[in-house]
Write a protein that binds this ligand. Structure first.
Ligand SMILES: Nc1nc2c(c(=O)[nH]1)N[C@@H](CN(C=O)c1ccc(C(=O)N[C@@H](CCC(=O)O)C(=O)O)cc1)CN2
Ligand SMILES: NCC(=O)N[C@@H]1O[C@H](COP(=O)([O-])[O-])[C@@H](O)[C@H]1O
Length: 206
């Protein structure tokens, strides 16, 4: 019996990266992992609805009302309850504390919509990343999947994929292209790689 990695996905917004993970799982492209819970820092996130439609437990932990410390305490409780092995940040907009991250060494992964080290770190999220890329005039951007440490977007880079910037691009148009051509491709690949490693570790400990 394959000892799958139990994946908890943290979200804050529309959940298109979560949807890409669900689609990969349904297509058999995530054989070593299973999405067991979705937790949102924003109670209004459509990502929660995406989880509910798939019958996956979905939890809203309103970070702004709770404050970071209480949010992370509640998150830790949820992660224990679902026995998560791997945490995936998919459009998650809260910077996790060093204390929290240190409890999950090499077990938190994030997708960022640029080619790190460009346009990353505190203040660079969502459309802001693509606005900065267009203002700088880069001809190529893309997405990065990286392990998460205490430095926002400072963790070890796992995968990257380049995407062309085209004349007349708006931030919204560029964001969509980066999602379609890079984020939604890279995240399932990286999650399956990490899940396979974790699943083998779990087999070894049986
Ligand atoms: N400890 C870490 N936490 C998080 C990381 C990380 O690498 N280490 N990645 C981010 C995801 N992210 C980019 O990929 C990112 C998210 C949010 C921000 C940011 O500046 N957020 C604002 C608040 C935005 C809001 O709540 O609407 C802020 O903190 O002022 C930067 C990068 C997830 N967490
Ligand atoms: N730094 C994190 C960040 O900017 N994440 C970005 O939020 C957008 C919405 O994601 P979603 O559709 O998966 O919710 C995506 O472009 C994702 O890369």
């Amino acid at each position: 019996m394959l000892n799958k990695a139990r994946i908890a996905v943290l979200v804050s917004g529309g959940g298109t990266n979560l949807e890409a993970l669900f689609n990969a799982q349904a297509a058999g492209a995530l054989p070593h992992g299973e999405i067991v819970a979705v937790v949102s820092s924003n109670p209004d996130a459509f990502a929660l609805e995406r989880a509910r439609r798939r019958g996956v437990p979905a939890y809203a932990l309103p970070r702004k009302q709770l404050g970071q410390e209480a949010f992370e305490a509640a998150l830790t409780q949820k992660l224990r309850e679902c026995r998560a092995d791997l945490i995936v940040l998919a459009g998650f907009l809260s910077i996790l504390s060093a204390d929290f991250v240190r409890r999950w060494p090499d077990r938190i992964v994030n997708v960022h919509p640029s080619l790190i080290p460009a346009f990353c770190g505190k203040g660079y999220y969502g459309l802001r990343v693509h606005q900065a890329a267009l203002e700088r005039g880069v001809r190529v951007t893309g997405a990065t999947v990286h392990l998460v440490n205490e430095i926002p977007d400072g963790g070890r880079i796992l995968l990257q994929k380049a995407v062309e910037v085209q004349p007349g691009d708006t931030p919204e148009v560029l964001q969509r292209r980066v999602m379609e051509q890079a984020e939604w491709v890279l995240l399932p690949q990286a999650v399956e790689q990490l899940s396979a490693h974790i699943a083998m570790e779990k087999e070894d400990h049986l």
